[in-house]
Every structure is written in C-alpha cells, then in structure tokens.
Design a protein around this ligand. Sequence first.
Ligand code: G3H
Ligand code: 13P
Ligand code: ZN
Length: 322
Amino acid sequence: MPLVTTTEMFKKAYEGKYAIGAFNVNNMEIVQGITEAAADLHSPVILQASAGARKYAKPEYLKHLVEAAVELYPEIPIALHLDHGADFETCKSCIDGGFTSVMIDGSKYAYDENVALTKKVVEYAHAHGVVVEAELGKLAGIEDDVQVAAHEASYTRPEEVEDFVSRTGVDSLAIAIGTSHGAYKFTPEQCTRNADGILVPPELRFDILDEVAKRLPSFPIVLHGASSVLPKYTKVINANGGKMPDAVGIPEDQLRHAASLAVCKINIDSDLRLGMTAGIRKHFVEHPDHFDPRQYVGEGRQNIYDIVSNKIKNVLGSENKA
Ligand code: G3H
Ligand code: 13P
Ligand code: ZN
C-alpha cells in the first residue's frame, strides 16, 4: 500500500488500546532498522523527520528512503510525518513534498497565536489530504535548536483542549504531562534512586491525561519526549568510552499504560540514538582493526531493530495490528 495518513491508524489504536510508534529518521540505516522490525511484527509505523533531519539528509533523500521502505513492505501501513514543524512554510513544503502528516508546533506561542497558526496549517493540509498534529503545553528538554529549561516547561491545561481542537480542526494533539525531550529528561534531584542506584523519575501526570480524554472523547493524543533511555544501552555506551552519567527516561510501564488510554502516538528518537551509538562504540572497542562502515553502522542498525521490536511488543502493543 502507498504511504497512509494516521487517521485510520489512530482510530484502530484508540479502540484497540494500543499506540503507534513514531520514530525519528535521519539516515538509511535508521529507516531500515525501524521498518524491518515493524514489518517482521506486522505493526503499523510512523516515520517522522524533524527540521534537523531534513537539513542533515536533505528532504529528497528522506523521501526516497521512506519510499523504498514502502516498496519493500507493502503489507504494513507507513505514515510519513513532519516532526515539530516550526512555521507554516515548513509544513507547506512537507505537504507539497508528499508527507502524509505534519506537526505544527505552536507551543512556544501564546494560546491565540497557536490557535491561528494551527488553523492556517490545518486548512492547507486538509485541502491536500494531509493530517495535522498540534501541541498545547510545553515540554522540557532539547528539541533541535530550542532548549526548554525545566522551570519554563508547563503542563497542558485540560480546560483549553476542547476550545483548541474545535477552533483549529486539528486531527491529533500533543500534550505535556511530564515527558521531556532528550536523554536527560530529569535532573538527579527530581528523581529518587532504586536499590541498584538507578534513577527513578517522577510519575507522569495521568490525572491530566484522564481529564483531557474526558473532554475530548475518542480523540488521539500524542506523547513527545517518550524515550525510555534504557540502562541496557547507556551502560554499553559508558563501558566503551562514552560519558552519559545519569541519563534518564520514561519508564516503559508508564508508556504502556498511556498507550492503553487516549495516547495513540508515542514519539521515540533518543532511544534510537542511544542504540546506534552503543552499537558503534562497542564495535570500535571490540574490533579496533575494522574500518568498514557496514560493520560498525550495521551493529547500530541491529540495535535499532531490537529496540523497535521491543517497543512494538512490550510498550506500544502494536504487534499484529497492521
Ligand atoms: O523532538 C525532537 C526530536 O528528537 C528531533 O530531534 O531536531 O535534533 O532532529 P532533532
Ligand atoms: P525523545 O527525545 O524522548 O526520544 O523524544 C522524541 C520526540 O519527541 C520527537 O518529537
Ligand atoms: Zn518531540
């Protein structure tokens, strides 16, 4: 099947109490690792490209890499999504360039400006058969060139969501309930430590998610900043010359719970970065004589395959939902 929008995916995910993984893509091996895992597990998948990804790989490469995956795996639904579109022009360029979904991220603006910008993108997107994700509330962390300090972050205000969705006509909504971008989602001071010395972050605000879901029945909710930053990979990085002390993510069981509620799309980038980095670092240390990129990048790609497989089976619940 050709690239699809997320409409049907989200409807089934909402009813089936699971979520679709939205994985960031930046190069060929990342596209391959994600889509091979999704195809092997018969799972729908969203491939998303940020402004940084489009700058790094060039939109033409990204588009054709994704088209290659669509050609190889026609049996699974694949959507191509713009992650964190900063303005109307970027969204328009992706809509014109064959993306099936775009995010307009107006979370940095005042409420009314966010409404106006989102509405403008929705009008253009819907006229071209493309769906739109918007954001209310502000996540902490680092996304592209924007850094949001924890004290500047703000939870989504449930009392705003009905007005926002009805005035903009948006198709899905990203909300802030305590997730955060990057591999250092919480400071050690914000966490407790378990018996093994591993940082345990504060619980997500499921009360806010519940209130949003009550106000927007059957409406798909999106979680950004949802990597789990598994010690399995940070340990390999640190044991092979890396330095990522106290990296901490969102526990898998909380994401699984969110997926069983109104959350239909879960964004994952940092975990893929960690997998690629762990694979390459380990390979270099174990094989100092190797100089063929297919060997060390291939080990990173295998980690991405393993990480996405684990997400689909144990976190998203999207196995056999294609
Ligand atoms: O939310 C941000 C994603 O992780 C994309 O990161 O802008 O560095 O490509 P990036
Ligand atoms: P992570 O940094 O937690 O992977 O979040 C990615 C994301 O939200 C992309 O939009
Ligand atoms: Zn994000």
